[in-house]
Design a binder for this molecule. Sequence first.
Ligand code: NDP
Length: 436
Amino acid sequence: IKRDPHEGEFIQAVSEVVHSLEAVLSKNPQFVHILERLLEPERVIIFRVPWTDDKGEMHVNRGFRIQYNQALGPFKGGLRFHPGVNLSVMKFLGLEQTLKSALTSVNLGGAMGGSDFDPKNKTDNEIMRFCQSFMEELYRHIGPNQDIPCGDIGVGAREIGFLFGQYRRLTSQFESMFTCRSLPSGASQLRLEATGYGLVYFAKEILADMEKDLKGLRCAVSGSGKVAIYAVEKLIAFGAIPVSVSDSRGCIIDEDGFDFAKLSHLRDIKNHRKSLREYTKAHPRSKYIDDGKPWGVKCDLAFPCASQNELNHSDAMALVNTGCKIVVEGANMPCTTDALEVFRKSKIVYAPGKAANAGGVVVSGLEMIQYTGRRQWSADEIDSKLQEEMKDIYLKCKKAANEFGIGVGNPESLVHGANIGAFLPVARAMLEQGCV
Ligand code: NDP
């Protein structure tokens, strides 16, 4: 904190982890220095990304790759293209990814990268030129045993395709480390769906412990990107009633709930990069709230799936007033610290993103096994492996919390359990590997 006082998001993420680890550190003082090292990324790469728009005008953006921690396996983590990208955001996401990977059974480390480039309102050719310029530097630092990037906000199938094309061209290696639909081998079934589906499987585990089921429960969802849309799809499949989605311009509330036909309409709107307002034309009982968030809608569960710190103190109060009992984070760190305080006081069960949204890493791990083994699992096989793994992550969080005296009745048990359960394997590996 003294070293980087302006890195708000990073300090917020670190504070949460350190708070959870108090009991661990007092019983295991040898881990204090390990934590100190863990809070410093192994490598920070910052580079210039020049590119030209369709009119021939030159632009320059800043590129990042934070190779956060490799103690458990190759660096692994997303690429984000969004104007809000800066060093603090990259470092917090790198730390979260390191802990997330450690909660899974795949041997991967943590990384994050991206650029303050805004892909909105750019043509496909502009996006392609930007991706090629970005990869011109990034390719030196990545590889299947070194650092494995994947998508995040603003980086979807189109961007991954362009990035992979340039990587292949620069290295002459057809290495399947990016998930890209056009790759004949390597792209796993359900990779795109994995985070959203995994999120819902995680929620199911929480409910099962309360002897409840998703069927008939009302769910408020924010975001309408890769994570949110597949979460909504899985919620519908389980008979839940998802009643909202949102984007950076506003939100849709459909009190009747989305079904598969309505979801297909939402997808169509997003694919054509139109406003969510369009939805109300076909569904007059729904409403669009300009610049609004979905947290005032009556719901049993909330799934924030848009971005960091999207859910603040007053949103948390609104959720409590609607009767919401469980918050499951699809995005990374979507709840502010004072929102979490509201949940704690109101005894709302809260599942942190590093556990609940780990489905993407799980399927990335399965993808790597499929590539090296030159075999493919079917979508059903991947789906059942994903369900098992999300259950294991849930149980790991519960067990770690229990071991340190944080019982099931404590609404924060999952967050403390996730931080402890993730920290211990990383710390042990770092201790074994010496002072590197
Ligand atoms: P996408 O770019 O596909 O979607 C992001 C969605 O959130 C869009 O609907 C976007 O709206 C909206 N959004 C972005 N910023 C804001 C904001 N400040 N306020 C309101 N809405 C906003 O990203 P993903 O779905 O991939 O990622 C969403 C979150 O999930 C991120 O926190 C990411 O780190 C996390 N995550 C993603 C994983 C993945 O596999 N993709 C894995 C684990 C976590 P608009 O369309 O208007 O920009």
